[in-house]
Design a protein around this ligand. Sequence first.
Ligand code: OFO
Length: 170
Amino acid sequence: MLSDTIQAALNVQINEEIHSAYIYLAMAAESDRLGLPGFTNWFKQQYSEELAHADRFFNYILERGGEVKLTAIEGPKINNETPLELFEKSLAHEQHITSCIFKLKDLSRAESDHATDNFLEWFVAEQVEEEAATRGVLDQLKLVDGNPSGLFLIDRELGGRKFDSTSDED
Ligand code: OFO
């Protein structure tokens, strides 16, 4: 049985994950506007991954006999960004999500909810991966410094990303 406090916090995280998906979907559209199909693909894969994260929280709440309470999703604030800005914002956003996960961890420990604490372990590891992948692309973008040939090569590389929903499982 989930406490009301933990249940509310997990529901907030469903909103955070769908909000993340929404942000990456906006970034995919922005990349398409920039004529970068590989970036568009990368953000679309990221969008799918975030929806899978939301699903994990959804399923966990139900598994614990809790109640899912969905709330309004804030609109993404993406407008006329450069590729570099898109990845700077992505990294800042992932760092925000990491802090959300850490706060949830602290809360589950404070409430002695060992099951939730254990459930969140997957997300702790996932956030390390998400930040590293995003930082990797950001570093490459800084290196090419807007050079069109460099951007072309990065775009080609990002076009190869494919989200594997089965690898998102335990
Ligand atoms: Fe990007 O990890 Fe979920 O939000």
